[in-house]
Ligand binder design. Structure first.
Ligand code: PLP
Ligand code: COI
Length: 343
């Protein structure tokens, strides 16, 4: 259990930590129960549960953060609720109604409010909604029962160095998803598929892997845990458009802020790997990754470096990071109505 009194919030890493409560709701015979908070962090499920052998499961990633006055906020949670429903549909699981999703998230956060890091440490309470197919089953078919779980834990930055440039390997051997597969839903299988390429990339000295489109291997997709964006001369931002990447809420936020707040040109399009030599800045974006500058990318044995020789975040990436992280903790006006308080 996290020892709140002795936690150094500034030093938190992105790892699992046990906290007091989690929310569980159960689906059986065509309906969801109302759900409840539980203290037990272990599950007891049938060994034949389809989530275990056929990967019938999906998840979400969200954060709760405190504003200066100590109140607790979620960022665009309805978007997570909707994406969770899309993932469930694709994987033949019952959708979690938006109200039940929000109830689970808010109850899990509220019950664990002691673990929401104080304002000003760059830390947050990570929220992991999870939907798994359970019950006895052997053939390839949807599960007879489902469990909706929301667990939470305090975390620091996903990349341990925080807001410092990372290096990516442009993957030429492996794909994380198939052209018409499940790359656009938040299914665990996409992540297990990325473990081996990530291990190799790390051995080669890179921090992460960026995948190319699985059909032609010419266009940028995303990393194993985030979307990406690239900045060209003249404050032009481009971000990949593809059916096999996750529809990132952080990326959509960046697109809207860049256009509406900063007046930048933003292109959502296919981005050819040969355009890399024209990138002035690059960034990874996601709930866990927040906005992480990409300093360099390695492709077919050559290293491409971006702003300041890959050593510093560029001004566009910095400006987006400063604005969006301030917005998420209520330090700038929430003009789009993206914050939702946990009361
Ligand atoms: N792409 C992948 C593969 C992810 O795991 C994530 C994380 O959620 C994202 C993109 C970013 O999505 P979001 O900004 O909604 O967190
Ligand atoms: C998130 O950013 O919330 C994710 O789910 C990515 C995960 C691989 C940590």
């Amino acid at each position: 259990m996290v020892d709140v009194k002795n936690t150094n919030w500034a030093k938190l890493d992105f790892s699992h930590k046990n906290v007091a409560y989690r929310f569980h709701a159960h689906w059986k015979d065509g309906k969801w129960d109302e759900g409840r908070l539980v203290t037990e962090n272990k599950l007891s499920i049938d060994e034949s549960a389809p989530c275990l052998h056929y990967g019938q499961q999906c998840f979400e990633g969200m954060k709760a953060q405190r504003s200066k006055d100590g109140r607790i906020w979620l960022f665009r949670p309805i978007e997570n609720a909707k994406r969770f429903q899309q993932s469930a549909r694709r994987l033949m699981m019952p959708e979690v109604p938006i109200e039940l999703f929000m109830k689970g998230v808010k109850e899990a956060v509220k019950a664990n409010a002691d673990y929401v890091p104080p304002y000003g440490y760059g830390a947050s309470l990570y929220i992991r909604p999870l939907l798994i197919g359970i019950g006895e089953n052997l053939g390839v078919r949807p599960a007879p029962e489902y469990l909706f779980i929301v667990f939470v834990c305090p975390v620091g930055p996903y990349f341990k160095q925080g807001f410092k440039p990372i290096s990516l390997k442009v993957e030429t051997e492996y794909d994380r998803a198939a052209p018409n597969g499940i790359g656009n839903v938040k299914a665990g299988g996409n992540y297990s598929a990325s473990l081996w390429p990530l291990k190799i990339a790390r051995e080669e000295g890179f921090d992460e892997v960026v995948y190319l489109d699985p059909k032609e291997h010419k266009y940028f997709e995303e990393t194993g845990a985030s979307n990406v964006f690239f900045v060209f001369e003249g404050n032009v931002i481009a971000t990949p458009k593809s059916n096999s990447i996750l529809n990132s809420i952080t990326r959509r936020t960046i697109v809207q802020v860049a256009r509406e707040e900063f007046g930048y040109t933003v292109e959502e399009r296919r981005i050819h790997v040969d355009e890399m030599s024209k990138f002035v800045e690059a960034g990874a974006c996601g709930t866990a990754a927040v906005i992480t500058p990409i300093g360099s990318m390695g492709y077919k044995g050559k290293i491409y470096k971006f702003y300041a020789d890959g050593k510093e975040a560029g001004p566009v990436t910095r400006k987006l990071y400063d604005y969006i992280t301030a917005l998420q903790v209520g330090d700038v006006e929430d003009k789009w109505g993206w914050l939702e308080e946990v009361t």
